[in-house]
Design a protein around this ligand. Sequence first.
Ligand code: FAD
Length: 414
Amino acid sequence: MRDLVILGAGTAGTMAANKLRRKLDRNDWRITVVDRDDEHHYQPGYLFVPFGRQDPAGLVRSRHAFLADGVRFVTGEVDEVQAEDSKVRLVGGQELGYDYLVIASGTSPRPSETPGMEGAAWRRSIFDFFTLDGATALREALNGFDHGRLVVHTTDIPIKCPVAPLEFSFLADAWLRDRGLRDRVEMVFATPLPGAFTKPVASSRLGNMLDERKIALEADFLVERIDPETRTLVSYDEREIAFDLLVTVPLNMGADFVARSGLGDELNYVPVDKHTLRSKAHDNVFALGDAADLPTSKAGSVAHFSVEMFVPNFLEHVAGRPMTRSFDGHANCFIESGHDKALLIDFNYDVEPLPGRFPVPRLGPLSLLEETRMNHLGKLAFQWIYWNALLPGRPIPLPTAMSMAGKHLEMQEA
Ligand SMILES: Cc1cc2nc3c(=O)[nH]c(=O)nc-3n(C[C@H](O)[C@H](O)[C@H](O)COP(=O)(O)OP(=O)(O)OC[C@H]3O[C@@H](n4cnc5c(N)ncnc54)[C@H](O)[C@@H]3O)c2cc1C
């Protein structure tokens, strides 16, 4: 009997376990998935909670209910991986040996890494929406906010869903307008990036959308500390941004056990081959989803596409054949823009987000880098797809590898 152990029952770990359970012979393979609790969150839904458009309880379901029969679920906190001995130790001492290990432990916000962020002002004038508790607390704060300076801020990159701070800004702008409060609120978007987004075509489009909404862009802003008394963000180059309400995305970091096990980089992400997701240090270790140091967005879509590619590769590998599939960094993200519209971006390691139609050239029905109601409906529909098709590991009619069909390549070359 061979053992596959998967650390993390989030998007990537659950999908991988379910897809592999169908393919690996139950007489030969035991699959064990470890997570610290039994609550699976649909994280993209956090975005809507502060605006009262999503009931927090509706985003949480039991993890084990989503794991296929024949997958063993262990509830426990991973303490350390002893890769030389192919063993995982859980807090409390339980040990799990493995033949193959998949690290799918994601990334999480760390407000304590920025001086002043988590002190007395935390969840009073400083909020995040990258946790369900944070998004729920922010809902109360927004309801009581009717004038002043709202700053939406990203501490550093990479973060999961790098477009989420933009989405929050667009939704907050629309929400304030609908309440007749927009003239009483000054909005600032502070980012460590040189523009609204990482890649030029999307950055220009999204930067224009900030301008249209009179949201001031403060680019290249790397926060050093927050002064909770004066309600000021202070950057390393000594710029200051005052706020009445700060909505921040704290530094995101991979799991601490990755660092303790000597398996991570400086932000606890596992260095992997970007095409096979195999650890650069250990042949029998792979990292999927946000836990890996892939040079593409940290996103559920990347977890999805990379797992689709990983599964056949893994089957070839354990059968003693070369891995022939190659992950291209495909990411596909909706960007809510307010008033029931959204944009869509589709890109990979080599091709930046470009305008066009998706998934069918000329027909769509989704539009790339363009605000449409259809894109917004696509974003809403994704929650159903997530629980009913993606997590159970059912096929989804979307190309795993990014396609150039329907994209306007001349924009990239311009
Ligand atoms: C506000 C917000 C909006 C988003 N919107 C989108 C979107 O629109 N589109 C999109 O594609 N993506 C979006 N994402 C990102 C998406 O949710 C993540 O990229 C995706 O969930 C990553 O999957 P994962 O399996 O790598 O990590 P996760 O789903 O986070 O799972 C990691 C798991 O590991 C477990 N774990 C970690 N450490 C330990 C330990 N020591 N012991 C035991 N268990 C451990 C955790 O409990 C967790 O269950 C959004 C995220 C946020 C926060």
